[in-house]
Design a protein around this ligand. Sequence first.
Ligand code: THU
Length: 160
Amino acid sequence: MKHLKIETILEVYDSLSELPENIQELMHKAHEARKKAYAPYSHFNVGAAILLENDVIVQGNNQENAAFPSGLCAERVAAFYAGASFPNVPFKALAITAGSTKSINKTPIPPCGACRQSLAEYEVNQKKAIEIFFMGETGKVVKAASIKSVLPLVFDSSYL
Ligand code: THU
């Protein structure tokens, strides 16, 4: 028996102002999207913004439903909108912000497992890493250099 050690390195920034200007702008777009989230059941609003290779920024937010599983996360709303509107245009970076309407969230919120898997499809196809930045409503920002950094052992089409 051998052990397989999986290591991941994330960068943690004390505030958004430490990041490059284009990433600050992207996160501002994510905040803008979060404020328009439709989350009447969880009261947990999530905003996402994707910077495309053609410099277009696509926004998304969580869209909930009375039949709970019918809703969709902010990251996938943004990714699928980008894929539908700009097919084959690579994603350069994704910014995510999340928080409850009941208190101010300062904890960086990473994308859920299903969103990581959906995002991996785009990263694998474009053969270029997608940078991910995630935060609460305020406070620290975490950067992952690639989807692989938050989704080791990704399942992709090479296994089919
Ligand atoms: N949510 C997202 O939008 N993204 C995630 O990565 C995690 C969860 C949404 C789904 C649901 O509307 C609410 O947050 C609570 O789970």
